[in-house]
Design a protein around this ligand. Structure first.
Ligand code: ADP
Length: 470
C-alpha cells in the first residue's frame, strides 16, 4: 500500500472510526448488561434479607421467644437453600450457623460483614467479588446486634457463576455481531474504494503514456458514473491530442515541402542567371524568382496570421468598406494566372452590394484565398465563377469551380487549420482556416458545398454595416 494511498486513508479514517464506534458500543452493552444482572441480584438479596430481618425483629420483640432457637429455625427452614446460603454470624465475627449446614472456618474474609458493622444498625454490607477459593460471589450482610447479644449479623451469599456466564455469553454474541458488521462494512467499503482506485490507477498509467507521446492506448472503463465520464473525457482528449499531433507532423512536412519547392526553383534559376547571357532566359528566370518569392511571402504571411490568431493578437481595422472594390481587386489579381493555367475566370459583377463594416485588407485576403483555392483545385480548361449579390440585406459572395471537389468525409475538417484533403496541390492547409476566422470576426459565415469530381462552391455572407462587429 502506498504511503498516502486512498485505500490507506480510507482504512485509517473510515474503518478506524467504525472500529472505535463498534468497540464503544460493545463495551457499553457489556457494561449495562453486567450492571443490570448484578443490580437485579443485589435487589433480590436485599429484599430477601429485609423480610428475614423483619421476621426476626418481630420475634425478638416477643419476650417469650428464644432468639437463638428462632435464628436456627430460620436458617433450617430457609426456602432458597438450593440457590443461596443464609448465615448467622456471632458477636466475634464467626459464622456459626448456615442454611446448608456447612460451617466455614475462621479464615473466610467477609468484606460485606465488615462494611455492615462499620455502618451501624441501619445499614447493610454488600460485596461482589472473588473468594480466596477463586469463586465469584455476591453477599449481603445485615447487622442484628440490637436483636441479640449472641449474634451480630445475618448474611446471605450467592454464587455469581451463572450471572457471569450469562454476561460472557452476551459479550460473545455482541462481539460476533460487531465483527460481522465490521467485516461487512470493510468489504463493501473495499469494493467501493477499489472501483475508484483501479480506474484512477489506469488513468494515471495511461496519462503517463500520453506524456511520453504514445496515444495508441485508451482507457477501458465501462461504469456509467463520474469516473466513467472522466475516462470518456480522457479518451476524447487523447483522440484530440493524437489528431493534433498527426496534424502538426503533417503540417511540418507539408510546410517544409512547400518551402522547399519555391526555394529549389529560386536557387536553380539564380544559378542559371549567373551563368546565362541570353536576355530572354534571364528575364524568364527573374519572372520565376519573382513569382516564387511572392508565393513564399504569402505562405509566411499565412503562417504569421495563424500564429497571431493562436496567440489572440490578430487585430482587425474596422471601417466602412466597399466589398465590391475588394472583390474586384482579388479577381483582377487572379485573372492573369487563370489565363496562364487555361482556366476561365468569370466575374458576374453586381450593380451594388451593401456597405459593410470591416477590415478591407482582411476581406480581400479572404477573397484571394478562396479564388486561389478555386483555381488551384481546378483542372486546365475548367471554369471558376465569382458571383456577388445582396441576400436578405447581407452581402453574399459565391466562388464556384468545377474542379476536383472535396470528399464528404473531408468536408467538415477542411476549415481546421493544417488540414489538407488534397496533397497533390501546393498549400499549407491554413488558408481556409484563416479565411473562416476572419469572416467569423466580421460576424459573417463561410460555408463550403462540394461534390467529389463535380466541383466546389464557397459562399461568404457578410452582415450589413453595424456600429461594431467586434
Ligand atoms: P491549402 O493551402 O492546402 O489549399 P486551405 O486551408 O486553403 O489549404 O484548404 C484546405 C483543404 O481544403 C485543401 O487542402 C483542399 O484539399 C481543400 N480545398 C479547399 N478549397 C478547395 C476547392 N475549391 N476545391 C477542392 N478542394 C478544396
Amino acid at each position: 500500500m502506498r504511503k498516502r494511498s486512498i485505500t490507506r486513508r480510507w482504512a485509517i479514517n473510515n474503518l478506524g472510526v467504525v472500529l472505535l464506534i463498534l468497540l464503544t458500543a460493545e463495551l457499553a452493552i457489556v457494561y449495562f448488561a453486567q450492571y443490570y444482572y448484578y443490580n437485579s441480584a443485589k435487589q433480590h438479596l436485599i429484599s430477601k434479607m429485609n423480610s428475614i430481618t423483619s421476621a426476626l425483629s418481630r420475634s425478638a420483640e416477643d419476650p417469650g421467644t428464644n432468639f437463638s432457637a428462632e435464628i436456627r429455625s430460620t436458617l433450617e427452614n430457609f426456602t432458597d437453600k438450593d440457590r443461596m446460603e443464609l448465615m448467622a454470624i456471632n458477636s466475634r465475627g464467626q459464622v456459626t450457623l448456615t442454611s446448608s449446614g456447612f460451617t466455614p472456618g475462621d479464615t473466610v474474609t467477609m468484606p460485606d460483614y465488615t462494611l455492615a458493622m462499620e455502618g451501624g444498625q441501619r445499614s447493610y454490607g454488600y460485596y461482589a467479588g472473588s473468594l480466596s477459593s477463586g469463586e465469584r460471589v455476591m453477599a449481603v450482610t445485615y447487622p442484628i446486634t440490637t436483636l441479640s447479644n449472641e449474634y451480630s449479623a445475618i448474611r446471605v451469599i450467592i454464587s455469581l457463576e451463572e450471572i457471569d456466564q450469562t454476561i460472557i455469553t452476551i459479550t460473545i454474541i455482541v462481539s460476533v455481531i460487531c465483527i460481522v458488521i465490521f467485516l461487512m462494512l470493510s468489504s463493501s467499503g473495499l469494493y467501493f474504494i477499489r472501483s475508484i482506485v483501479q480506474p484512477v490507477r489506469e488513468i494515471g498509467a495511461t496519462a503517463e503514456k500520453y506524456a511520453k507521446g504514445d496515444f495508441s492506448v485508451r482507457i477501458t472503463n465501462h461504469t456509467g458514473d463520474e469516473i466513467g465520464d472522466l475516462c470518456v473525457a480522457i479518451n476524447h482528449m487523447a483522440d484530440e491530442l493524437s489528431s493534433a499531433e498527426t496534424m502538426k507532423n503533417e503540417f511540418i512536412s507539408s510546410v517544409s515541402h512547400e518551402l522547399r519547392t519555391p526555394l529549389t526553383a529560386i536557387k536553380g534559376w539564380a544559378e542559371t542567371i549567373a551563368l546565362e547571357d541570353d536576355p530572354e532566359t534571364i528575364k524568364k528566370g527573374i519572372r520565376v524568382i519573382n513569382g516564387e518569392t511572392a508565393r513564399l511571402s504569402q505562405m509566411v504571411e499565412e503562417l504569421l496570421d495563424f500564429s497571431r490568431m493562436q496567440s489572440g493578437h490578430f487585430s482587425l481595422q474596422f471601417d466602412r468598406m466597399d466589398v465590391l472594390a475588394e472583390l474586384e481587386d482579388a479577381v483582377l489579381i487572379y485573372a492573369e494566372r487563370a489565363k496562364q493555367e487555361n482556366i476561365t475566370l468569370i466575374y458576374d459583377e453586381p450593380e451594388q452590394l451593401p456597405i459593410i463594416f470591416g477590415d478591407k485588407n482582411r476581406i480581400r485576403q479572404v477573397f484571394i484565398n478562396i479564388i486561389d483555392n478555386a483555381i488551384k483545385y481546378s483542372n486546365p480548361g475548367g471554369t471558376v465563377t465569382v458571383t456577388a449579390d445582396e441576400h436578405q440585406g447581407w452581402a453574399r459572395i459565391i466562388v464556384r469551380d468545377r474542379g476536383c471537389g472535396i470528399k464528404s468525409t473531408d468536408l467538415p475538417k477542411i476549415k481546421t487549420k493544417f488540414y489538407k484533403a488534397n496533397h497533390t496541390r501546393r498549400g499549407s492547409g491554413i488558408g481556409l482556416g484563416v479565411a473562416d476566422e476572419i469572416v467569423e470576426l466580421h460576424g459573417g459565415t463561410l460555408t463550403i458545398e462540394s461534390e467529389i469530381g463535380v466541383g466546389t462552391a464557397v459562399t461568404i455572407l457578410l452582415p450589413p454595416k453595424r456600429e461594431k462587429n467586434k
